[in-house]
Design a protein. Sequence first.
Lengths: 294, 224
Amino acid sequence: MFRNVAELVELAESENIQISEVMIRQEMEVKELTREQVYDHMEKNLEVMEKAIEDGLKGVKSHSGLTGGDAVLIQNYMKNHTPLSGNLLMDAVSKAVATNEVNAAMGTICATPTAGSAGCVPGTLFAVKNQLNPTRDQMVRYLFTSGAFGFVVANNASISGAAGGCQAEVGSAAGMAAAAIVEMAGGTPSQSAEAMAITLKNMLGLICDPVAGLVEVPCVKRNAMGASNAVVAADMALAGVTSRIPCDEVIDAMYKVGQRMPSAFRETAQGGLAATPTGRELEAKVYGISLKKE
Amino acid sequence: MVKEMKYRSVFDIIGPVMIGPSSSHTAGAARIGRAARHLFGREPKYANVHLYGSFAKTYKGHGTDVAIIGGLLDYDTYDERIRDALKTARKNGMKVRFYEEEAHTDHPNTARLKIGDDDGELELVGISIGGGKAEITELNGFELRLSGSHPAILLIHNDRYGAIASSTAILAKHEINIGRMEVSRKAQGEQALMVIEVDQNIGDSVLSELERADHITQVAKISD
């Protein structure tokens, strides 16, 4: 089993295979499954992601009323304008938002790596798809590559906002997405690692401060930012830019920052945006309404 | 690095497929409820659910209550019927009560479930550790530690000689390898609990064979 990104890249390069292939082989070995079983499971997850984006782009609203409808706004804007940040980037943003809006509305999603950060990986995948025209196989492999990097983070640091802040959730998800974009675009395994490192470096210190404790504000828009961050970092890595701090050390830094993060900033709804006057007002409204309903 | 590899599958990272909004507060909660259902072996007639920490503070917004009851109805994390679980439970005649506990627990997302019917009762404590993974930490007063990354068999048995040997012999016969095993009892000669983590999935025929083994009173399986 690979334990860190260095080992993962080394495995891929020494055998001259992609990161996704390393992940598929490890899964077959650990779970004693055939290639078809492992592959089919992932393809089903891909179908769930595709459906969630479709649902989100039709427009959904969460039970609390705090989120919903932004994915539609962005898609409409793209129809009538040329987005300043470019079509691909805004497409990724709208699809990340769509996924998390569906999640907030108790729709069906695939956690990547968590529900709160479920938008980054599929959002970027279904936006990059329009430019790179990947085969279905490459799309499934995108998820194995994302999973390989997430696997390292989960085992060496954390993927939970309650444990490590938003940097551990959306930060990890964005890094995973960046690494997968690089592979799909034809980059090398070490370029995938550079993209992951660059993304995560830019999200270090991000706190988890959900209003009313719900996976809505600011989670939905944090996924928009995570997706953009991933696309930009992937482009930088493909251009040959490298991170001065190796990916494993960035992951370790993220872990240590998370450990020293006060609990008010780790999914307790006690600090950050949750503790703003408006955040508190929304909280009272959300629970006031649900209390009256009893 | 010497850290324990808590996550062993790519599907711990890309997955589970689930009903939103929270992998820890919804999917993990559903898995705790479903573990209780499987251990109890049938749909209970009542469920008293005690919620602690972040579960207690945010359960309504996250649908933690809906998810736990969905689990008790044997729904998986992705089952859309989860959304109507409270209504369905009511229709089935299951009496459900939630208690928001103030007590501090080791883990922020902890639930204690007391479920039962005229024929029996079961008490279980579960924690949701992130990304949809859940662990059962206590069963009928027995403390237990399941890694959650392997399928596990729980056997409630009488504390007599031969109980352990007869169970492991059955597993050996079916060429099922034991990864970890733990035995605990409340007092000498009374009810005891065997927890066996195995490397592969266990078929129903093996379970019913275990049920018939000497001194075994109840058998349940937890898959990862």
